[in-house]
Write a protein that binds this ligand. Structure first.
Ligand code: PMP
Length: 391
């Protein structure tokens, strides 16, 4: 059978990503690994999850091991709605769909709103796996000018008026890969421009909780609760990514339609892990867990930034994230991060070249550095190795 001739046309846009493959390979090398996309497993709340799982198997196994509703486990939807409401995004349970990872949330939104040839506006750089979703629906990601304060609202307003623009995808808080946050004073302008253009905003709040600087970060939707925002959030970065429990929130009619898509995809999110997450959050564990992660990750971020300052001032520039897992380092002009990688591996340190995160090309001189997954004690040495590779 000539399978290659049988695929739907859009499968031409679903290709193995060399960067994803590289991240996997690098993770297996005996090097100090700044290339990982993973949170630190030391942060997983194993004991509380063990208790939650045991309780469900003892008390609630009939429902926990059974099929569930496409929209998700009602008490968890209610908890997410209450949490958003407390963050100044007034939300009812009907406005929340539980999904199997926020990656699936991005996919469902893309499937619902994008057709071949449509344009999605993004930050520059942006999240690689979201760019892959948009490509899989034959949409084009078009970057909007982005600086240390996130999207430029004037550039976004101009881009939103262009034809075929169907979605604005933004990570407003501590984004992947640069770690930047959309400044508070830009948020209303971006949302107003989207509303005026009739273009929905997909706000990916995956890193909302992972804040190390002062101040409690707000979801983008809180800047204007009337704005056309679909928010995706996840328990992957606060509890565990392996549970695959996340959510989309937005207007109730949109959520009802997305629930239909969710149903045709996989019927519903995992009954068991939804209940585990619900027991965990309902028991009130999340604030202490988030505080714990913030303290541990803050220490690593600070160590990383200090090491960069000591070793690379004048030889490279980098973002200074207020939160999240990543920062973006820029080499002096002319140097390629892809070209430098084998030298870095020889020195015993790995990173991800940044070019794949730039939807319109460019970014050859950038690299993504994960500052949360390496052990604290490896950070100085890893940065020293990087500095030696840069030369
Ligand atoms: N959005 C962003 C910005 C991410 O970095 C990730 C994970 N790397 C996701 C979404 C997907 O996370 P999950 O599917 O585990 O919720």
């Amino acid at each position: 059978m000539e399978w290659e001739t049988l695929y739907a046309r859009r499968m031409g846009r679903v290709e193995p990503s060399p960067i994803m493959a590289l991240i996997r390979v690098l993770s297996q090398r005996p090097v100090i690994n700044f290339a990982s996309g993973l949170p630190d497993p030391a942060g997983f709340p194993v004991k509380a999850l063990q208790e939650a799982a045991a309780e469900i198997l003892a008390e609630d196994w009939r429902a926990g091991l059974q099929y569930g509703e496409a929209e998700g486990y009602r008490p968890l939807r209610e908890w997410v709605a209450a949490d958003l409401t407390a963050r100044d995004v007034p939300t009812k349970a009907e406005q929340v769909l539980i999904v199997s990872g926020s990656q699936q949330g991005i996919d469902l939104v893309a499937r619902a709103f994008l057709q071949s040839g449509d344009v999605v506006l993004t930050e520059e750089p942006s999240y690689l796996a979201a760019l892959q979703v948009f490509a899989s629906y034959e949409a084009t990601a078009r970057p909007v000018a982005t600086d240390a304060d996130g999207l430029d609202p004037d550039a976004a307003a101009a881009a939103l008026k262009q034809s075929r623009v169907k979605l604005l995808y933004s990570m407003p808080n501590h984004q992947n890969p640069a770690g930047t946050t959309l400044a508070t004073n830009r948020r209303v302008a971006v949302l107003r421009a989207a509303a005026a253009a009739g273009v929905p905003v997909l706000a990916d709040e995956a890193y909302l909780h992972l804040r190390y600087d002062a101040g409690e970060p707000a979801p983008l939707a809180a800047a204007d609760p009337e704005a056309p925002v679909l928010t995706v959030g996840t328990f992957s970065k606060t509890i565990s990514p392996g549970l695959r429990v996340a959510w989309i929130a937005g207007p109730a009619p949109v959520i009802a339609r997305l629930a239909l898509l969710k149903q045709v995809t996989d019927l519903h999110a995992n009954s068991f892990t939804q209940r585990m997450v619900h027991r965990y959050v309902a028991a009130g564990h999340l604030p202490a867990q988030v505080a714990h992660l913030r303290a541990a990750y803050r220490e690593k971020r600070d160590a990383f930034l200090r090491a960069l300052e000591r070793q690379l001032t004048g030889r490279a520039t980098w973002t200074r994230p207020a939160g999240g897992m990543f920062l973006l380092l820029r080499l002096p002009s002319g140097q390629s991060a892809t070209g430098l990688l084998s030298k870095a591996l020889d020195q015993g340190v790995a990173y991800v070249p940044g070019a794949a995160f730039f939807p319109a090309g460019g970014g050859e001189g950038t690299m993504r550095l994960n500052f949360v997954s390496p052990p604290l004690t490896d950070i100085d040495e890893g940065v020293a190795r990087l500095a030696r590779a840069i030369g």
